[in-house]
Each structure stands twice: as C-alpha cells, then as structure tokens.
Design a protein around this ligand. Structure first.
Ligand code: FE2
Length: 207
C-alpha cells in the first residue's frame, strides 16, 4: 500500500481537457485533438515519467524540472518531454470554444500600449508564427522589463527558461494542424485568432 502511494505521488498525469474533443470544431477537429492530446501530449507525459523515475527530478514540480534541465545536454531528454508537457498544458488553456476576436479590458490596453493597436499586434503575431521554419510555438509574453512581446520558440523550447511570463500560446508543430489544414499554416493561425484564442486566459496571466 505504502509503495503504491509513493509511486503515484511521483507520477505526472495528463490533465483533463477543459472542453470536449469536438468543442473546437470546425477550426480544430476532434480527430486532431484525439491524436494531439491523446497520443502526442500523453506520450510526452509517459516519457517524462519514465525518464525521471529513480532520478533527483522524481517528485519535483513540472516547472522546476523544466527550468533545471534547460540548456544542459546531459538532461536534454528530460527537458524536451517536461517542456512539451508544460507547453501543451498551457496550449489547451489558451483556446476556448467561442474565443478569438479582439481582447478587452486590461489586456486590450496593454496590447495598445506595447503594439500600437490590435491590428498591428495580430499582423506581428501572424508574421512570427508563419515565419517559424520548423516545429515550435508562438507566444504572447511579458518580458523582463514588463512589456508585452511576441516570442517564437523552436521544438520544445519555452519562454519560461528565459525568465519571460507566457500569457497565451499557439502550437506550430504540424501535428497541431496537419489533419485540418495540411500545409496551410497561415490559415490555421488566422482561424485560431478569429475563433479560438482565449484572451480572458491571457488577461488572467497578465494579472
Ligand atoms: Fe503539440
């Protein structure tokens, strides 16, 4: 009994999706979510649990593992899986059925202050996301000077390791959109901005 409880305490679990697998249709299909969440994200959780078992990282909070394994080739495998778990946890929360459009309130004012207006922010976010050559992520973050900024990270990389505070993210790996948009990444980005981005989540993170 004791052994079972100890093992359970050290294992990461796949967080429950905050909506049904078909809730983001037609932009993101249930089929995409079933692979992306059920296979890719779940795969990162399983791999992370196997990699940390019996190491000093077992039982540590996810964010600590991400920060402590970054930029060290000896812990690259743990970093890649831990960061991908963190990034995907954050990505699912970055979307909501009936989202998209323009933010309101404090986030709107911050975007206007740091980008001029929402239209210019949207153009810059889109340009950065389209321009990421391979797999990666586009983020709206707060930089160390307290200003909003667009960041792009490659593969599993995350702004957390540069001391930046993520507000919202969009997954640019092909597994996020290929079944629905094939090679049309720009259409995925536009549709996500129009229909899914959860600006209220981003605003909560700004607080
Ligand atoms: Fe992904």
């Amino acid at each position: 009994m004791q052994t079972t409880m100890t093992k359970a305490k050290t294992s990461f679990v796949l967080p429950k999706l905050p909506y049904g697998e078909n809730a983001l249709e037609p932009t993101i299909s249930a089929r995409t979510i079933s692979f992306h969440y059920g296979k890719h994200h779940a795969g990162y959780v399983d791999a992370l649990n196997k990699l940390v078992e019996g190491t000093a990282f077992a039982g540590r909070p996810l964010e600590d593992i991400v920060l402590q394994t970054a930029k060290d080739p000896a812990t690259a495998g743990i970093f890649h899986n831990a960061a991908q778990v963190w990034n995907h946890n954050f990505y699912w929360l970055s979307m909501t059925p009936g989202g998209g459009g323009e933010p309101a309130g404090k986030l709107k004012r911050s975007i206007e202050s740091d980008f001029g207006n929402f239209k210019d922010f949207r153009a810059a976010f889109t340009k950065a996301a389209v321009g990421e050559f391979g797999s990666g992520w586009v983020w709206l973050i707060v930089n160390r000077a307290g200003k909003l900024e667009i960041a792009v990270t490659s593969n599993a990389d995350t702004p957390l390791t540069d001391g930046k505070k993520p507000l919202i993210t969009l997954d640019l790996w092909e597994h996020a959109y290929y079944l629905d948009f094939q090679n049309r990444r720009a259409d995925y980005i536009a549709s996500w901005l129009d229909k899914l981005a959860d600006w209220r989540f981003a605003e909560k993170n700004l607080a």
